[in-house]
Structure formats: C-alpha cells, structure tokens
Design a protein around this ligand. Structure first.
Ligand SMILES: *[C@@H]1O[C@H](CO)[C@@H](O)[C@H](O)[C@H]1NC(C)=O
Ligand SMILES: *[C@@H]1O[C@H](CO)[C@@H](O)[C@H](O)[C@H]1NC(C)=O
Ligand SMILES: *[C@@H]1O[C@H](CO)[C@@H](O)[C@H](O)[C@H]1NC(C)=O
Ligand SMILES: *[C@@H]1O[C@H](CO)[C@@H](O)[C@H](O)[C@H]1NC(C)=O
Ligand SMILES: *[C@@H]1O[C@H](CO)[C@@H](O)[C@H](O)[C@H]1NC(C)=O
Ligand SMILES: *[C@@H]1O[C@H](CO)[C@@H](O)[C@H](O)[C@H]1NC(C)=O
Ligand SMILES: *[C@@H]1O[C@H](CO)[C@@H](O)[C@H](O)[C@H]1NC(C)=O
Ligand SMILES: *[C@@H]1O[C@H](CO)[C@@H](O)[C@H](O)[C@H]1NC(C)=O
Length: 721
C-alpha cells in the first residue's frame, strides 16, 4: 500500500511537468477532480432517482424492463454523455403463469388440506399491492405437478445432503424442503435433483432472517416478515441458456431447450409462515440440533408427514419463453487513450420492486455519471481513458445481459478493457463496506476507501473518519486484523463474464448489514421497497453517497492515472498464501500419490519475483514517452488474462480463471484455485473406484495451473523465452 502511495506521488509529480497533456497543471487537475468526485455526489439526487425507479416492477425481458432502459438512456442523453446505446439480446427467460399461480399443497388423498400463498402480502408501501407484480416463483424452475414425501435438508449444502445419506434417507421421488441462506439456491436444487428428488421447496428461516421474532420485522425493522418469500434464479450456468459461449444476437444458433443446462424438476419458494404448516407435521427422526431453526416446533427429517395418507404436492406452472432484454450503455470518452475502457456496471432489472437489488446501485450509477459530466462541463476535463457506464438487463436470471455482451465483444474487451467495477446494490445495510475483488485491485480499493468520508456519524465521533476505518474495525481480515477483509471475487453478479471468462480485473462493492452471511434479510422479496431504503437502511442517503464516491474514485484512479495502479505484489502474495494453504490441507494426500507440487511452487516463486522486479521498474518508466507508458500498462493488463485457461477448469468450460473461479459447491463463495481444491474435496469424499480418475484430473489441472502461473510471470517481461 505504501508502494502505491509512493507510485502516485511520482506519477503526479512527473505529470505536472508534462505540458502536452493539458494547459492546466495536472497536479491541480487531479486534485480538483478527486475532490469533486468525493464531495459532489448529491444524496438528494440519488433519493429522487430511486423513488422514480421503484414505482413499478421491472422483471427481465418485460415491457417494464424496457421502460426502465429507455428512462436510463434518456437521463444519460440529458446529462450529455458522448454516446448512448441500447444493445438487445433475445434470450430464453422464465416467467410464472399470469393465470395459474404456483402452489405448494398438503393433500389427504385428493383432498386439499392446506395451500401456500400465491403472492406475498402487502404490508406497508402502496406499491406492494400493484396487480402487475408477478406470482411467487423461482426463475427457470421447471413446470411440473409432483407429489411425494417431504424430506427436510437443512441449508441444502453438500454436507447436509451427505448427512441425510448417512442416515439412510433416500431422496428418490421425494420433495426436498430446504432453508435458503447459506449457499446459492441453484446449487441446492441441483444437488437435490442429482439425488433423485422430484421437487424442491425453499423457505427462509426466521432464525436467520428474523432473529428478534416475527413482530420486530418489516416495516418496523429490516428483518423478514412471516409472509416474505424470496425470488431468485435456479440456473447454474451463466448467460442465455440457448446460446452457450456465443452472443444471443440475431444470427445466433440456438440449441434445443432440452439440451440447455436447466433444472428438470419444479422448485418453489414459500414464506416461513407457510413452511410452518409443513414442518410442524413432519414425521421421522428429529433433526440434529444445528438443523433446528427459529420456528416454534421441533424440526424433523421426514420422510413424509405424521398423518397417514397425506402427501406434499408441488404444482409449478412456470414457462420458459424467448424475450428480448437490453443493456444500456453510456460512454464518456477518454482524452488520450479513448480505446482503453474503465467499465462501471449495475443491472437495472429486478425480481419485484428492487429498491435495494439493484436500484440502489442504479441510482448511484446515474448520479455518478452526472458528477463526472458536470466536472467536464465546468472545466473541459476528460479522463485519460474512456469511462463506460452500463445498465445490464436480465441479470437476475443469471447475468444474461452482461454475459451476452462479454461474449459479443469478448475479443475487443480482452484487448482494451482495463477493469470492470460492479455495484449491484449500493447498499443492503449501513454497517460496513463489503467488497469482493481480484487481488489485482486490492491496494487501489483500500487506498480509495481511505479517502471516502465516513457516512456514519457515530463512527466519525468514535474517530473513524473514513469508510476504510469502519470497514477495518467492523470486518477485519481474520488473518491480518489490522486491515479490512477483502473477499475473493466469485460469482453472483455481472462481473462473471469479465472476471471468469475474459480475465478482466473486477471488483464488486456495497454497504452491507451486520449479518456476515446473509446480507439483507429482505433480499429478493416484495418488501425491498423505497420505504425500506428511505426509512430504515439509509435515512438521508449518506451511505449511498459514500458508495457512489468510492466507485467514482476508483473509476477515476483507473481511468486517469498514467500507470495503472494494479497490485502485482499483492497478487503474488495472495497466490503464495493460497498455495501454502493447499500444501497445509492436502500436502500429505498429494504426496501419497507421488505427485510433486514442485513445478507449481516454483512457478509461484517466479511470479512473485517478476511482480516485485516489475513493480520496482515502474519507478523508472519515462512518463513523457506515451509508447513507454502504453507498453508498461499493456503488460500489466495481461496479468489477469494470463490466468485464463481456454478449456476452463475441470468440467466447467465457462469458468476459465484458474485462480478465482467460483467454488463448485457454492457459486457465491470464492476459494482460490477451485479446480485443484474442488478435485481434492471430491477425492476425499469419493469412493475408492473413482480415485484413479480424479487423480488423473488433478494432475492434468495442476500442470495447466502451473503453466498459467508461469505465464502470469512472463507477461511482465518483453521476452518470449
Ligand atoms: C453538460 O452540458 C450540456 C451542454 O450544455 C448539457 O446539455 C448537460 O445537461 C450538462 N450536463 C450536466 C451533468 O450538467
Ligand atoms: C396438478 O395436480 C392437481 C392435483 O392433482 C390438479 O388439481 C391440477 O390441476 C394439476 N395442475 C396441472 C397444471 O396439471
Ligand atoms: C433410492 O431408492 C431408489 C428407488 O427405490 C433406488 O433405485 C436407489 O438405489 C436408492 N438409492 C440409494 C442410495 O439407496
Ligand atoms: C433484538 O432485541 C434485543 C432486545 O430488544 C436487542 O437488544 C437486540 O439488539 C435486538 N437484535 C437485533 C439484531 O436487532
Ligand atoms: C407457532 O407459530 C405459528 C406460525 O408462525 C403460529 O401460527 C402459532 O400460533 C405459533 N404457536 C405458538 C404456540 O406460539
Ligand atoms: C441503519 O440500519 C438500521 C437497520 O439495519 C437502522 O435501524 C438504522 O436506523 C440505520 N441507520 C441510518 C443512519 O439510516
Ligand atoms: C510412490 O512411490 C513409492 C516409491 O517408489 C512406491 O512404493 C509407491 O507405490 C508409489 N505410490 C503411488 C500411489 O504410486
Ligand atoms: C517475493 O519476492 C520478493 C522479491 O524478490 C522477496 O523479497 C520475497 O521474499 C518473496 N516472497 C516469498 C514468500 O518468497
């Protein structure tokens, strides 16, 4: 970090002598724009935009989504953005029926004993009662009409399914009832399907989402009310299901729907007051104590219900249909390197009213573009590189708009994109910043966060003046308690295609809740309303303002610094730690196969040496020589690309980044070198007969990873040997 500060000092000093860049001295220009970004974000503007955007739903691929797209495009035209474009993709989306709502029922023979709610109850904001709001569903859950004995599967994690298997509970022809809250629901449903289940029902347990009882909930607090049933996609792969690897443009070839990687079984979310009706009459063994939740009953595993003749029935009437979704793109052109892009993105589609996810981020993005263009209007300033602002369509279904775009423009982006900075939601709480990133951006993010004034008055009173200070105090890195925790970027938003397919360095940031695992208890429910944001999470919109300023500061640093402030040494340190972790956890197991890690650890050492020597060399670059500057920046831009394996990590051709790909068992979490670690986990779990094949996969991937780590070191050199 000290290094980066030093580097900036030098850049700024040298630039001030570079007259050809601008008549004004760059030193004051950089300071002016930096102060402007930090201090000119207007919370009232953000509030106003959020109020406008949250008046009706905007589900991906619908006419309402299109209205939002036009609205955003119009704002950018009025702001004076250099270019504004809408890019359409025709993709397979999934909707509930508008006439036959999905039902979870308890049947006694043919008699209906109980039926789940078809919509969430309006509780507070008038727009919660809009007739245009869709019936409760999960995206891409297959239509189906199934009955079976219900089995409770806790959080539906790998270890939960393993425990059921150990207890001899066979899931074939059963309906799995799982609580959402620890891992991505698509992984839960897929594990249930693979084990023979005919359907899955999700609920969110009050122990996780309403810890203070069902009275102290929305609209009195941000805890989950009994009638909330969160939506969400169940799709595992990213992008349009029918055009894998290629953009869903007019000329596209579309694979038959049966071949798409979609669930084959029906899945439906219900509220916890509804789940109570099933859980309270479940039979079978008592569930382990860690599986007990916050409802006033003893949770049992099943299978089945205590009443003879009763079954659980799932009637899902979703349909997959071709629809068109649009990305909205606004370009603020760079002055010296307009063909180098710093991309800022947020999706603008939402499941219901979407005030937190994603419109808090949309409002932040529209205010941020205003700030940049206002400064341009006042001073004529432009960043060195282009700023590209993008509103993504149909993200909620599995990053469709962004994935198709990175597929369509993948070659150009590989060559020209400097970084992709994602803000999905600007806030989902007001407790601390939470950021996911590639190691390459870590130092810059810390430095920017130190410059953003703390929006929390109590924290300021306690002497923590910056966003960074509260982040470090409230969410320290467990291994280095003096610095804030930076999470590795995994999956969960529009950075997927940039980071994991193209190797463009990405980060995702937001202000979050006190609850480490879950974030916003209102996530994807009807109750993500403007009122929730305005009256509970961010009275005064100061937390939005801080996130907007941070986002803008990072965009400034990457678009306007002569030398890109990438953290090469931090990346090398991160990799060395990850490798040491693998050696600690699995070293003996690997050695037992006579597989050597020597080539791998040597490659890592060499990467560390190249990163260090290159970083030293940065101090000697002739900053007056535009070709020398471009040369150095181009080499740095290659580092993240170097980790891209065109084959993908084992069994996952879409996840090409060998260091940062999402974990197989939970798409949300990020574990370094998942291709190696997932295979080692599988070896530990698998029966002896599959060991040989798994070790073969491991050795093959180890060689690939070794090659790409070597490459990451070598792209920093001019040599090909
Ligand atoms: C910038 O100036 C243009 C031209 O006068 C104007 O149309 C636009 O609204 C201004 N933008 C902002 C953000 O002030
Ligand atoms: C599903 O099954 C139930 C009960 O047998 C029946 O009432 C309902 O009409 C069926 N729904 C569909 C879409 O076939
Ligand atoms: C589960 O039951 C099905 C159908 O009865 C059977 O085919 C399958 O082998 C069973 N699975 C296990 C793991 O016992
Ligand atoms: C729950 O209620 C107790 C007592 O009213 C309060 O002290 C505590 O802060 C509350 N917890 C949360 C998470 O709001
Ligand atoms: C238990 O919870 C259910 C569902 O919230 C509620 O209807 C019922 O009254 C509660 N029973 C008791 C004894 O508190
Ligand atoms: C922060 O969020 C909590 C709910 O999580 C809320 O009670 C509190 O008032 C919020 N603070 C501000 C300043 O908005
Ligand atoms: C590892 O090498 C030793 C010594 O050559 C040999 O005895 C052992 O069988 C080998 N183990 C495996 C798994 O190949
Ligand atoms: C990484 O490289 C630097 C510079 O060569 C060296 O000082 C440092 O000890 C290396 N770190 C490790 C863990 O080898």
């Amino acid at each position: 970090m000290a290094l980066i500060t030093l580097m900036f000092g030098i850049i700024v000093l040298l630039c001030s002598e570079t007259k050809e860049l601008s008549k004004r001295s760059l030193i004051s220009e950089v300071t002016d724009i930096e102060n402007y970004i930090i201090h000119s974000v207007n919370p009232l503007n953000i509030r106003h935009i959020l109020r406008e955007l949250t008046k009706q739903p905007g589900l991906g691929g619908t006419a309402e989504e299109m209205e939002r797209a036009e609205w955003i495009a119009e704002i950018w035209r009025q702001q004076g953005m250099d270019e504004v474009h809408l890019t359409p993709y025709t993709v397979l989306l999934s909707y509930p029926s508008s006439t036959q709502p999905n039902l979870v029922r308890l049947l006694n023979e043919d008699k209906v004993m109980w039926v789940s709610a078809v919509k969430q109850k309006p509780l507070y904001a008038p727009e919660e009662a809009l007739p245009s709001l869709p019936y409760t569903f999960n995206g891409y859950a297959a239509p189906g009409n199934v009955s079976g004995d219900v089995v409770y599967a806790n959080y539906g994690r790998y270890e939960d399914f393993t425990l059921l298997a150990e207890k001899g509970i066979n899931l074939t022809s059963r309906i799995v009832l799982a609580r959402y809250g620890k891992i991505f629901r698509g992984n839960i449903a897929k594990m249930a399907e693979d084990r023979g289940a005919v359907g899955v029902v999700f609920f969110s347990d009050p122990a996780d989402f309403a810890p203070n009882g069902s009275v102290f909930v929305y609209p009195h607090s941000s805890f989950m009310p009994p009638s909330a049933a969160p939506f969400g996609t169940t799709k595992l792969g990213s992008g349009d299901p029918l055009t894998p690897f290629y953009p869903a443009v007019e000329s596209a070839y579309r694979i038959p729907e049966e071949e798409a990687s979609l669930l084959k079984i029906p899945v439906q979310p219900i509220s916890y007051e509804d789940a109570w009706h099933i859980l309270s009459i479940m039979g079978g063994e008592e569930a382990p104590s860690s599986w007990q939740g916050g409802l006033n009953i003893t949770y049992r595993l099943g299978p089945g219900l205590v009443h003879a003749g009763w079954t659980t029935h799932l009637d899902v009437n979703n349909a997959n249909t071709m629809s068109t979704t649009h990305n909205v793109i606004g370009v603020f052109k760079g002055r010296e390197e307009p063909d180098r892009y710093v991309i800022l993105g947020n999706h603008y589609d939402g499941w219901l009213l979407g005030a937190v996810d994603p419109l808090s981020g949309t409002a932040a993005m529209l205010e941020l573009s205003r700030v940049f263009i206002s400064f341009h209007n006042e001073t004529g300033w432009r960043p060195r590189r282009s700023l590209v602002f993008i509103g993504w369509g149909a993200e909620e279904y599995g990053f469709l708009g962004s994935l198709e775009w990175t597929e369509q423009f993948g070659k150009q982006l590989s060559d020209r994109a400097v970084t992709y900075l994602n803000v999905d939601m600007a806030i989902e709480g007001n407790y601390t910043l939470r950021t996911k990133s590639t190691p390459l951006l870590i130092d810059a993010i810390y430095e920017s966060a130190k410059k953003i004034p703390n929006p929390d008055v109590d924290e300021v009173a306690a002497g923590r003046l910056s966003v960074y200070d509260t982040w470090a105090a409230r969410r320290p890195d467990p291994l280095e308690p003096d610095i804030p925790l930076m999470q590795l970027i995994a999956s969960g938003s529009d950075y997927q295609g940039f980071q994991h397919s193209l190797g463009i360095p990405c980060m995702d940031t937001r202000y979050t809740h006190d609850n480490v695992v879950l974030g916003d208890p209102m996530y994807h429910t009807l109750y993500e309303t403007f009122a929730l944001v305005d009256e509970i999470y961010d009275q005064g919109f100061h937390f939005h303002t801080a996130v907007t300023a941070l986002w803008g500061h990072l965009a400034l640093v990457f678009s306007d610094s002569q030398l890109l402030p990438f953290s090469l040494v931090t990346y090398a340190e991160f990799i060395m730690k990850a490798v040491a972790g693998i050696e600690d956890d699995y070293g003996e197991l690997i050695a037992s196969q006579n597989i050597s890690l020597k080539y791998f650890t040597d490659a890592v050492q060499k990467f560390n040496e190249s990163a260090s020597s290159f970083t030293k060399k940065l101090n000697t670059v002739d900053l007056k020589n535009p070709l020398a500057v471009r040369h150095i920046n181009d080499q740095m831009m290659m580092v993240e690309r170097a980790f891209i394996d065109p084959q993908g990590i084992p069994g996952r051709p879409h996840d090409n980044h060998v260091v940062t790909a999402p974990s197989k068992y939970d798409g949300y979490s990020g574990m370094p070198f998942p291709g190696l670690v997932d295979t080692l986990i599988a070896i530990k779990e698998a029966s002896a007969e599959s060991h040989k094949e798994l070790w073969r996969i491991f050795s093959h991937h180890l060689a690939a990873v070794t090659h790409f780590v070597n490459t990451a070191g070598k792209v920093l050199s001019d040599d090909l040997w």
